[in-house]
Every structure is written in C-alpha cells, then in structure tokens.
Design a protein around this ligand. Sequence first.
Ligand code: DOR
Ligand code: ZN
Length: 347
Amino acid sequence: MRSLTFRRPDDWHVHFRDGAMMQTVTPYTARAFGRAIVMPNLSPPVTSAAMADAYRARIMACVPEGVSFTPLMTCYLTDHTDAADLVAGHKAGIFTAAKLYPAHATTNSAHGVTSVDHIMPVLEAMAENGIPLLTHGEVTRAEVDIFDREARFAEEVLAPLLARLPKLRVVMEHITTEEGAALVRANSARMGATITPQHLLYNRNALFQGGLRPHMYCLPILKRERHRLALRKAATGGETCFFLGTDTAPHMRHLKEADCGCAGVFSAPVAIAAYLQVFADENALPNFEAFASLNGPGFYGLAPNEARVTYVERPARIAQEIEVDGAGKLVSLFAGESAPWSEDAAS
Ligand code: DOR
Ligand code: ZN
C-alpha cells in the first residue's frame, strides 16, 4: 500500500455558498486544506470589502472546533467596481484577489463584466497594487461553440490584456484545454492556473456515459481526451505555474437533475483522494506536494503550510448523498463508489 506525506495543502478555488449549504460544505474543505480562495459568486455577489469581511466571518463560524483554516476572500468584479474600495480592501488584508466572471458565463454571473474594456481603470489599479486577477476564462458569445469558449478567451481576451498590462498578475482558473495551459506556461512569470480533479479524471464522454450525467456537468465543460492528457501533464509535471484548485461547486441534487440543471461538481469530500489517484496513475507522486501545497502559496506570495499530512492508498467508501438541513441533498464526486486514497488516521 503506497503512502505519501506532504505539507497540508491549500485549495485555490472553492465555492462555499451561504446559509445551510455553507454549514454543510465548509467542514469538508476546512478539514482537508489549510487555506482556500473563496469565490464571490453569491446572490447578491460579494462586491465590496465590507461584504467580503462579513462573508469571511460567516465562513469562520462554520469551521469545526480545533480545525485550523483560513479563507482568502475575493472581490466579484462588475462593470461598476469601485477601484478604491478594492485597493483599500486588499491593503487591509480583506481581499486576496479579484474575480472576473464574463457576464452570463456561469452560476450567478449575471452581474459579471460585459467587456474588460469597461473595467480598465480597475485592472490598472490591480496591476499597480499587485492584486491578482482570477479569471473565469470563457467567452460567452452565442455563436461560439461551448467547447471552444476557453481557447477563444485565451486568444481574444487574455493574451491582449496581458500585453496591455505588463504588470498584471493573472490566474486562469480551472483550465480545461491545451490552449489554456500553453498561455499560462508562456507567461508563467506572472501567471498561474488552477486545475480541477474532474478535468484531470474525465473527458467529455463522461457527460454521456450510458445516459445524461448531470453530476458531471460543470463550467468550463469537460473537454476532449487530448485536453485531459495535456492537463495531466501540466498538473503532474512539477511546473510551478500549475496548482490545486478544486472548483468544488455544490448544488442541490434536485437543481442538478432538472430541466435546466446547474453547473458544478461538488468535490470537496474527496478532492485530495481524486488528485492523488491522478498523480499515482502518472507515476508522479513525488510532484504532488508542489501542485497541492507549494505552487499556490508561491504564486500568492504566501508561506506554505507547516503542518504535514499523510494519505494512504486505502479505499474509502463515499456516501450516496449528503443532507443539507431542510434544503435538499448533495451528490459528491465518487458518490456511492470508493475513493482510492484516504487520510491516515494518525496524520
Ligand atoms: O461549474 C461551475 N460551477 N463553474 C463555475 O464557474 C461556477 C460554479 C458554481 O458557482 O456553481
Ligand atoms: Zn468556480
């Protein structure tokens, strides 16, 4: 049985939601990770330092006793973002970064940015003040095929933006394509990328395995096999610009199994096991700590966590569903199956 000891990891892309859902999902992330970048796409979105500070307090109230966990907050950019509030919030230690959702790209993105041209003063202030821009990297024009949206964003939006603002630091979140990985690699002095477990484990066939699979539906959508292979190479190859970000995105079962189902894979309960499976299959376990625990802090200018954890290749049964008090049920990645790795009880 293989075993691996590594520094406590961080999750650089998480959706905690709010209320009863947040109470249910936060402990899974807080137990497994030292820190997490928290996405601001609530309804209404987290658009000011005051809102982020209040949200951080609500998250902390959901962290189990005795668990050491730090949420790192982000500002949801809109066409009307107040640059002064963002910079002041960053200086005060409330905001770690700001998130660009192209309007209508995904869950709760209706207030998102209609064009980066509309927020240039904000982006300039971010570049000047070293505030990272986190992107949901998809164009949203109706004529662009859903499988091409990321590659088109990299080419049409991100590459020109990088040229225009040479000091801007950017994380391309949840990359899903060869093109995304190539852009990040080419600009690795000031760019990083998160990669989710589902985009490393599955190609787009998983959406239709024996029938329609709503729990495999997320955005950006799963892609072709050649993209999955490119992502596995990026994640496991030890390059410092690629790091762990699950994009764990819980939605109630009845809202995913619906006429117009929500996008998101809820991976928090099994995330580390899922990534470890990828690294084990690629014979790359020696590079796991870099991806999970070192490269993210390196990009954000933070020290890696000091604590160590040990995982063993011992399968653990995963629940069919998880109840959210009075609101419905969640179906996690690997639900009803077993996760191939588990934390060593002694670690
Ligand atoms: O699948 C996704 N779910 N992708 C996103 O970009 C947002 C997320 C959510 O908030 O549900
Ligand atoms: Zn996300």
